[in-house]
Design a protein around this ligand. Structure first.
Ligand code: CA
Length: 219
């Protein structure tokens, strides 16, 4: 498995991307400008490059031919409203694009999508001592299978994909229960309790006062 290269000049966005991609358990590398990225691309090979368009020095578009030549999949990061940038990026051979500011779960889904389509996918998500195989819907903890009900499984995947983010109850309902309005709001709390118990994650799935729940971020 080769690293994913993050090319982005804004340090907070680089850090956010690292946090979002943590469940993939893949090695990550980053570059803060186009020249540094170009040097890394000369010396190493990557499974995927997340490429910001607006970079100091050499911009994202100028780096594209080097990436296309090496056959490395690319996801462009573009600013909101820059439709012409997206079209240009895709025409130059990018596999996908994402608009900043992005939703963490969307970024992760797009990265997984490109890795899968280009045959670089490993479908396993990891958090602490747990491994999740979303396709076969199996969960193991320290190598031992864990039996989860379907909603418990969906809830776990949603928490892991949004690790370190305080999730509002309504958002969790919408994404895990498919927007069905629940008359009994304890359904979520009961499922959280079961997950905590089955995984021994009492301290890791945290209650966020007046918001909802959060899975503790990467250490
Ligand atoms: Ca930028």
């Amino acid at each position: 498995m080769k690293p994913i290269l993050i090319v982005e000049d804004e340090a907070p966005i680089r850090e956010l991307i690292r946090l979002v991609l943590a469940p993939l358990s893949r090695p990550l590398a980053d570059a803060a400008d186009g020249l540094a990225a170009s040097r890394l691309l000369d010396q190493n090979t990557y499974d995927l490059v997340l490429l910001d368009v607006m970079l100091p020095g050499i911009d994202g578009f100028t780096l594209m031919p080097q990436l296309v030549d090496s056959g490395t999949p690319v996801i462009f990061l573009t600013a909101k409203g820059d439709v012409s940038d997206r079209v240009r990026g895709l025409r130059m051979g990018a596999d996908d694009y994402i608009v900043k500011p992005f939703e963490p779960a969307e970024l992760l889904a797009r990265v997984e999508g490109v890795l899968r389509r280009t045959g670089r996918g490993s479908h396993i998500l990891r958090a602490f001592d747990v491994e999740i195989e979303p396709v076969s819907r199996t969960v193991t903890q320290n190598g031992r299978p864990v039996q989860l009900a379907p909603r418990e499984f969906d809830l776990l995947v949603f928490l892991v994909r949004n690790r370190g983010i305080a999730l509002h109850r309504d958002v969790i309902y919408e994404r895990v229960w498919g927007g069905e309005s629940e008359t009994d709001t304890r359904v979520l709390d009961l499922n959280i309790q079961r997950l905590r118990k089955k995984l021994g994650w009492g301290g890791r799935i945290r209650t966020v006062y007046r918001i909802g729940y959060m899975l503790q971020g990467a250490p």
